[in-house]
Design a protein around this ligand. Sequence first.
Ligand SMILES: *Cc1c(COP(=O)(O)O)cnc(C)c1O
Length: 420
Amino acid sequence: MTEPTTGSNEAWGQRYAAAVMNTFGSPQRVLVRGEGAHVTDADRKEYTDLLAGIAVNCLGHAHPAVVAAVTEQISTLGHVSNFFATPAQISLAEELDSLVFPGTPAGSSKVFLANSGTEANEAALKIARRHGGTARPRVLALEHAFHGRTMGALALTHKAAYREPFEPLPGGVEFIPAGDVDALHAAMGPDVAALILEPIQGEAGVKPLPSGYIEAAREATAAAGALLIIDEVQTGMGRTGAWMAHHLLAPGVTPDVVTLAKGLGGGVPIGAAVATGEAAALLGPGQHGTTFGGNPVACAAALAVIATIREQGLLERTAALGERWATALAAVPGVTEVRGAGLLRGVGLAEGLPAAGEVAAELMERGFIVNAPRPDTLRLAPPLILSDADADDFTATLTDVLAEALRSRQADATTQEGAA
Ligand SMILES: *Cc1c(COP(=O)(O)O)cnc(C)c1O
């Protein structure tokens, strides 16, 4: 809270480098305030935030409903520990049971509340271990999966650069090619405790699983007696235009466990593992816990997020704007394809264009925050309240940026020809 509107990006950046562990590289800007889909940096420059804290600020910045819910809760009761319960925690658990598993009888699904995505997946992995015991030591995850950075979730994360410095990781995890049903059948068996998947692989570059794969995963896990865990940390809470991406992409499928975080608290840290059927009863007293999990302030924020999405029809809004925007972006010269659903989109860049990181840096200069999960992909995960005008402004700016890059590439080619 010190000097929130004074200083500069450069001055704060130096203090950051001196004080903060270097796990993220240098921050691109130091942000001092936000409202709706817009943020302001320490140099007073304004940006349209099309990343929303990586799919977190689903209602944008400083949404009045979240501000009011958090203010009211923290001035009433801020924290109680899990020796006690609160109305906010219980109400949120009830909401999540029916949002994640619609149509299932009350009481058949249960929630474990945590503080982040990685913790939600830790809980899911512990449920899988309880299910598997010694008879089912194997856990299957997909190539290019991202499930988090704590040791258990890291064991489920595919990228070697994230894993290798921290090995040995909890054992038994095997990676199979994402979307390959034959490989899934070959790997599945009576010694598998669980399969975990993201319906759209976000960190891998917004890559949806091919249609039919989630259904095949459900059938294969059910036949082998293994759990199906769906990681909706990035894709859940309305991001794709449905409450859960798997509702949209595989409507007939009921997983055993679903994990949530990111958008759930609208900017306040919270995660959840929601389980149904047998999986809902596998963690007993003393087998898992967290001091902050179920904290009433975080739960009040999540309840405000859910109520606002409902009241403002943001699922329909997200689906409609997402569809229209994706069509417009796909028509931009230099864009090869637009992947994803709703307002989680990967924009593929043509070969010969600068790397996506450089394009993202130029877009930042022009007032738009996006990121580059892959060298050929920009990721868009804006607030679900994004206006049509902001979306259209971005399309126009991207068109300019890519046209300039294509022109300078042609100029270079001509110069080289001339020199030859
Ligand atoms: C971001 C993410 C996580 C990790 O969440 P954290 O809150 O950063 O721990 C896990 N799974 C998926 C699919 C994610 O996108």
